[in-house]
Write a protein that binds this ligand. Structure first.
Ligand code: PLP
Length: 392
């Protein structure tokens, strides 16, 4: 199988697995049982993981990193945590229409509780207008949530500019960096004044079920409600025995992501896009002119349903959108927000590469997609009408 669905999840790096194995086998001590050697060893391992994550993000202190079960949990904690804690200051949250369901559904829950949510629109390149953002901020705004990179299109948001606006206007900024971290050059939290940020290890060749929330230490500390009441883990904010193996894996994976040659990944992605555009008629790359994650390609192939295309290429793992939207028949909310018609959105595939993607796999993918598209179109009355100019 050619695996090109790396925005859904990634293969575990072999070195990450090796680092994890001792903690699944012989070193099974509880990281909170520091009275004995095995507990201390587990504790040291998780402190190392915390340090690796802090270093990779250029956080000023490892204690700014809080472990969670993944990005979804971190998003729920950040957004609801801020909303509940800062209600006395305001009830307004600003986000965008193209966020991940973890943000959108969390905001929808808060809306039901009386919070006022502004969903900023995006232009056809998938970007919000910074002037719209500035004018949407009111004296009731407590939080702005914006993703660093979109999971479906790879389009990168101007997060430095957004962070600076938030700082200037004294509003907290939460950045969902789930797709960005470990898929491009490192993000520097010394330079970008993001207040809260989440990551998820399985997006960068780490294990599933583990992630983190970064909470900046400010002169006036950011207050979040306790996420899980229990033991004193994570300073009492999130109780529960540490999954040491997963934490070790996340630390190793984030450290190793810095060694990836992103230019090579970008070259393969660009080659694939060029070849598909050359060999097929009416192909559009969404967000092509924008700053995008180097591994991601969102491609609309006119009058070829992504579901049909994917069933014709069973040996190539690609996606029709985001894994979290799979199962819904609705066209992607991200593509609709960018102005694509529902028909075009349903004819869009997402291809996402990784450091493991080979030239041979790219060739195989191009060949398979081109053949499948020709076959589908040659049997399609809609395509024939479109070719004759009788249909949009
Ligand atoms: N945010 C973004 C942008 C994502 O792409 C994803 C996963 O696809 C998530 C959040 C949720 O991550 P997880 O499923 O690891 O909790």
């Amino acid at each position: 199988m050619v695996y090109l669905d790396n925005n859904a999840t990634t293969r575990l790096d072999d070195a990450v697995l090796q680092a994890m194995l001792p903690f699944l086998k012989d070193e099974y001590g509880n990281a909170s049982s520091t009275q004995h050697r095995m507990g201390r060893k587990a504790n040291e391992a998780i402190q190392k993981a915390r340090m690796q994550i802090a270093q990779s993000l250029s956080a000023s202190d490892p204690s700014e990193i809080f472990f969670t079960s993944g990005a979804t949990e971190a998003i729920n904690w950040a957004v609801k945590g801020v909303a509940e804690r800062y209600t006395s200051l305001g009830n307004h949250i600003i986000t965008s229409q193209t966020e991940h369901p973890a943000v959108l559904q969390t905001c929808a829950q808060l809306q039901k509780k009386g919070f006022n949510i502004t969903y900023l629109p995006v232009n056809q390149d998938g970007l919000i207008n910074l002037e719209h953002l500035k004018s949407a901020i009111t004296d009731k705004t407590i939080l702005i949530c914006l993703m660093a990179a979109n999971n479906e299109t790879g389009i990168i948001n101007p997060i430095t500019a957004v962070a600076n606006i938030c700082k200037e206007r004294n509003v907290l900024f939460f950045c969902d960096a789930t797709q960005y971290i470990g898929k491009t050059d490192q993000l520097n939290l010394q330079e970008i004044p993001i207040d809260l940020l989440c990551i998820s290890a399985h997006k960068f060749h780490g294990p599933k079920g583990i992630g983190a929330l970064y909470i900046r230490k400010k002169r006036q500390p950011i207050q979040l409600e306790t996420l899980i009441a229990g033991g004193q883990q994570e300073n009492g904010f999130r109780g529960g025995t540490y999954p040491v193996h997963n934490l070790v894996g996340m630390g190793e994976a984030i450290a190793r992501s810095a060694e990836t040659d992103w230019q090579t990944v970008a070259d393969k992605r660009d080659y694939l896009e060029r070849q598909l555009a050359k060999k097929l008629k009416h192909v559009a790359i969404n967000g092509e002119q924008q700053d995008r994650l180097c591994n991601t390609s969102s491609i609309t192939i006119k009058h070829v349903l992504s579901s049909e295309l994917m069933s014709q290429i069973p040996d190539i793992a690609i996606s029709s959108g985001s894994a979290c939207a799979t199962g819904t028949r609705d066209p992607s909310h991200v593509l609709l927000a960018m102005g694509l018609s529902p028909d075009d959105a349903k004819c869009t595939i997402r291809i996402s590469l990784s450091k493991y993607t080979t030239d041979g796999e790219i060739e195989q993918t191009i060949e398979a997609i081109v053949a499948a598209v020709h076959k589908i179109r040659s049997n399609s009355p809609t395509w024939m009408l479109f070719e004759k100019g009788l249909l949009d």
